[in-house]
Design a protein around this ligand. Structure first.
Ligand code: SF4
Length: 282
């Protein structure tokens, strides 16, 4: 279901694509590339949101982060101060990160739309189309292990970016808290922290979903010696198993759980607990 508004929208600069131009010679390191991009975002006049914003907000955080969080757009406080996640939803996010034992220094955070949306209204399709290139560029520079879209619009944008079908509203909610592996990219959609401000009953599920960030922060302790590594290197195993479990949600791997309890398990048991007869015969 398309929830994006499609009101017509005047563009300032047609056919201008600063992110595709000379400004990014290959030899620039990540920080230099991000600094260049930051300047372009802060001075961007490509759409009408430039008239009402106080600050256009580039992403912030660790250029070498494994975890790359994507929110919808800056809130009022963030727009006024020029920094991400300072307002009420920032407090909720900090609380969720503390529960996950993940610091802001470890992650990179950015927005789908870089300017505040007046009265916190929903983004229009044209605004997403005009601004999305900055996000794409940030992803290209950082090359994170995991993209973590927070909320509907960021999640929806990533599904479109990777040519996935947009699920129905009912199915869409099931994406939250599910680790996906799409076109060699891991994506972990979660609810936006502000959801708790509107509905306190969502606190436990958000805590549960954000807690996984501590698992994703490092690989499984068995990743270098597990038979799955051997099978993968022999070309016998789809990479998705390594990405979704060994370098993803290793806590849910049945092999990992059995290792922890010192329980016997066959070498050809897959991370989901199923037995692969083809591997058995190799
Ligand atoms: S298969 Fe399971 S136990 Fe083995 S490295 Fe991967 S997550 Fe760890």
């Amino acid at each position: 279901m398309d929830q994006t508004q499609t009101t017509s929208y005047p563009y300032r600069i047609k056919n201008s694509k600063p992110w595709q131009s000379k400004e990014y010679p290959k030899e620039m390191d990540k920080k230099q590339q991000l600094n260049q991009l930051k300047k372009q975002i802060q001075t961007c006049q490509r759409c009408r949101l430039a008239d009402t914003r106080s600050h256009a907000l580039p992403g912030e955080g660790n250029p070498n982060a494994r975890l790359f969080l994507i929110a919808q757009a800056p809130g009022e406080v963030e727009d006024e101060k020029g920094t991400m996640f300072l307002g009420p939803s920032g407090k909720v996010l900090d609380n969720l990160l503390t529960i996950a034992d993940v610091s802001r220094d470890q992650i990179y955070m950015t927005n789908l739309i870089k300017c505040h949306l007046p009265k916190n209204r929903k983004p229009k399709a044209e605004e997403i189309e005009t601004c999305r290139h900055y996000l794409d560029r940030e992803i290209d520079i950082i090359k994170p292990a995991l993209l973590i879209p927070m909320g509907h619009y960021a999640t929806r944008y990533l599904l479109q970016k990777y040519n996935q079908k947009i699920p129905s509203k009912h199915e869409f909610y099931k994406l939250y808290g599910t680790l996906l592996y799409i076109k060699k990219q891991k994506i972990y959609p979660v609810q936006h922290p502000a959801a708790i401000l509107h509905d306190e009953s969502l606190q436990p599920i958000l805590e549960q979903n954000y807690q996984k960030l501590s698992v994703f922060s490092h690989p499984c302790k068995w990743a270098l010696v597990c038979p799955m590594k051997y099978y993968y290197e022999q070309g016998l195993l789809d990479k998705k198993w390594r990405e979704l479990y060994c370098y993803g949600d290793w806590e849910t791997c049945i092999r990992y759980q059995k290792e922890e309890k010192n329980e016997y398990h066959e070498d050809w048991m897959l991370p989901d607990g199923s037995l692969d007869q083809q591997l058995k015969n190799k």
